[in-house]
Design a protein around this ligand. Sequence first.
Ligand code: AMP
Length: 399
Amino acid sequence: MKDSVLVVNSGSSSVKYQLVDPVTGVAIASGLVERIGEPDGRITHHHDGVDRERMGPIGDHGDGLRLAFEMFAEDGTDLTTVGIAAVGHRVVHGGEVFYEPTVITPDVLAEIRRLSSLAPLHNPANVLGIESAMAVLPNVPHVAVFDTAFFHTLPAKARTYAIDAEVAKAHDVRRYGFHGTSHQYVSGRVAEFLGRDIGELNQIVLHLGNGASASAIAGGRAVDTSMGLTPLEGLVMGTRSGDIDPGLVMHLRRSAGLDVDAIDDLLNRRSGLKGLCGVNDFRELRRLIDDGDADAALAYDVYIHRLRKYIGAYLLSLGGVDVITFTAGVGENSAPVRADALAGLERLGIEIDADRNTARSREARVISTDASAVTVLVVPTNEELAIAQQALRAGAPTV
Ligand code: AMP
């Protein structure tokens, strides 16, 4: 367990953690602390094929992590002495400042806190998680790995909104992109899997999970992505609207009298698939469609239509593509989504093999035909492993 990395992913009322072997990628143990600050808190801890659970109030993120450490101790693992090489923290927004994994100092933490104005739902939770983890593991390097970092290379034409330039500058308004750790990891795995130099490949990566984003990657550098200033822009998601006419916000303010928090809640938590048909999980969506539910069928059509628009846009902005890759919960598991996203594109050199697409596997695999000019892949993402490796490189460079 020596030289393992603890990966911490803090949400507003939850902390996900995983103890990872950064060489093999094996998750030694993992867990989820939920409903922090509520009377019915819960920790689920997974180790050696056994799930254990504890219920009860959890005051704050620090209490949650301390309870998680107790669960480790009950497994016979004292995290303070076991030889953890680094702690990797997923941080959602790195703004213009952070585009590399960064060892967390008091100044870095202050800057992450300052960036909360750009990610009010995420960065404050990340700060709480970092402070708590630093208190329980004070003698280990803590490294922030930013969701925005990979998109630092977006060219100006792709990162700029066409609004008043002075207003944009004064308020740090630009397209940042998110899910960067996943897009970077998957595009690297694609090159490895194909035995190709990443510098030679034009790629589209489709990260389709509960949150969803698409990216265009030329020679290993991100040149466009669907998420923008916040993770709300772009594809239709589980509960997020993705692209809307910005005039909708003013309309709801004036006509429905909704204030900014209510509109935020509407677009982030009550839109997307859930807003259209009441469910945000693709397995439930499929069941509803099979039962003849018209709202679910429309939600699916809207989702696929938006996805195809982005694929089309990136085909053109890249000027042709070598590989299209599906990843994350929906991308890895839903054969119908993959088939419908790329149906009827044979004239563009994209041809899915129906048997390969429906074959069940947890491994990286090709799902296009041998004749397809564009290779289509499914590659499982592993953000925890990517964060662990980056944290280790930044925090313990001699290891
Ligand atoms: P993620 O955010 O990457 O964890 O993805 C979560 C989403 O993946 C869930 O909300 C489901 O919609 C979807 N998902 C997971 N497993 C399956 C499956 N077997 N078939 C279809 N969708 C799935």
